[in-house]
Design a protein. Structure first.
Length: 121
C-alpha cells in the first residue's frame, strides 16, 4: 500500500488525493494479482503481526513491572489495587499515568477499612 501511495502521489502531484479512488485502484490491483504476487505482501503482514504481538507483550510486561526493585516483593494491598486499575485502563486504552493518578486519588479518599474490605469482595 505504501508503494502504491507513492506512485499515486507522483501521478497526481498537482491535485489532492482522492482516498476513495485510491482505495478502489489498490483493491483492483490486489484482486488482479496472482497468489505468487500476493505472497510478498502476505509475508510482510505476517512478519509485522509477529512484531506487533511481541511489542504488545513487551509493553504489558513493563507496564506492570515494579521498576524500583530488581526482584519483585509480594504485592501490597495498594499495589494489587493499582495493578487491577492499570489492567482495566490498558484494556480501555487509557493513559497509564492518568490511571495511576486516579487510582491514587480514589485510594486516598477511602478509609483503611474500605480498602481492606474491597479486596475480599
Amino acid at each position: 500500500m505504501l508503494e502504491e501511495t507513492e506512485k499515486y502521489k507522483k501521478n497526481n502531484e498537482n491535485s489532492k488525493i482522492n482516498i476513495t479512488e485510491f482505495n478502489l485502484e489498490c483493491f483492483q490491483k490486489w484482486k488482479n494479482m496472482n497468489d505468487t504476487e500476493k505472497k510478498k505482501y502476505i509475508d510482510i503482514f505476517e512478519e509485522e503481526k509477529l512484531k506487533y504481538k511481541y511489542d504488545l507483550t513487551f509493553v504489558r510486561h513493563h507496564l506492570f513491572l515494579d521498576f524500583n526493585d530488581n526482584v519483585l516483593r509480594p504485592g501490597t494491598a495498594y499495589r494489587i489495587f493499582l495493578n487491577e486499575k492499570l489492567l482495566e485502563g490498558f484494556n480501555k486504552h487509557l493513559n497509564p499515568n492518568k490511571v495511576k493518578i486516579d487510582a491514587k486519588n480514589t485510594c486516598a479518599k477511602m478509609k483503611k477499612e474500605e480498602i481492606i474490605y474491597s479486596f475480599f469482595l
